[in-house]
Design a protein around this ligand. Sequence first.
Ligand SMILES: Nc1ncnc2c1ncn2[C@@H]1O[C@H](COP(=O)(O)OP(=O)(O)OP(=O)(O)O)[C@@H](O)[C@H]1O
Ligand SMILES: [Mg+2]
Length: 281
Amino acid sequence: MSEAAATLSEARRPAPPPAANDALMVLRGVTKTYGGRGGEVVALSSIDLDVRRGEFLTIIGPSGCGKSTLLQIAAGLVPATSGSITLEGRPVTAPPRGIVYLFQQYNKSLFPWRSVRSNVAFALAGKGLDRHQRAKRAQSFLALVGLEAFGNHYPWQLSGGMQQRVAIARALAAEPAALLMDEPFSAVDALTRVEMQALLLDIWRQRAGLTIILVTHDVEEAVYLSDRIAVMGRRPATVERVLETGLPRPRDPVATREDPVFLRHRGELLDDLLGRGLVRR
Ligand SMILES: Nc1ncnc2c1ncn2[C@@H]1O[C@H](COP(=O)(O)OP(=O)(O)OP(=O)(O)O)[C@@H](O)[C@H]1O
Ligand SMILES: [Mg+2]
């Protein structure tokens, strides 16, 4: 692009929105282009997003639209091509203290040679605790996810859902300000998924101030869990809209899913993901 054209497109671009007062994380004009032998892939075109302190925010979008890329950029794991990301006003250039990122298949992130308790205790290293104190703290985080009886087991002796709970316990043991989760429940059966969602909401409620950003392509999951939902369009993706669910808490796995507000959001989001939302509204 020539300099003149670049200046013109800059001039046409609307001014970036001001950051919300309660923003923990602010993304402005974030773009990502992956280079490669097969040519360049523009994964994110221009993302403006505020993440509010203590909220449960879900990012939803069709497969391949750049959700994982966006979450990894927010976690400081992948550099943006352009734009800015700040956490508590400080630029994110590397994984910041205070953010824990759970990978898409995070049960695989556990150490198979360490016991379940020792996996959780690993997150407590460098906190000035002795071995006994670490084991005790780890045990309390295992209790939080209902696995107090499994501390001496090894990850491979547990079901997939239980392994995910260990990973969540380990993430929480680090006492993060924000937990970033990429499709955490995509590999478990439907009933376990519902149970894990309820458990996550329970934990989030108990840990006041914890911010959660969760990526999913499951419309029901997004509406059930979230305060707000950021809807991404097809590649090169932007955030098309952010909606507040406005559903009361605590949420109930059955009653919430029958709430007319839930059903309306579910229908509209499905329309969005099928690419016909703007046509029907
Ligand atoms: N490391 C990489 N190198 C090159 N291209 C990549 C890389 N990671 C992602 N991409 C490309 O960027 C685009 C967005 O990928 P991303 O994984 O962020 O999408 P996603 O929305 O998380 O997809 P899914 O729903 O399938 O998990 C895709 O076209 C993908 O091929
Ligand atoms: Mg992904």
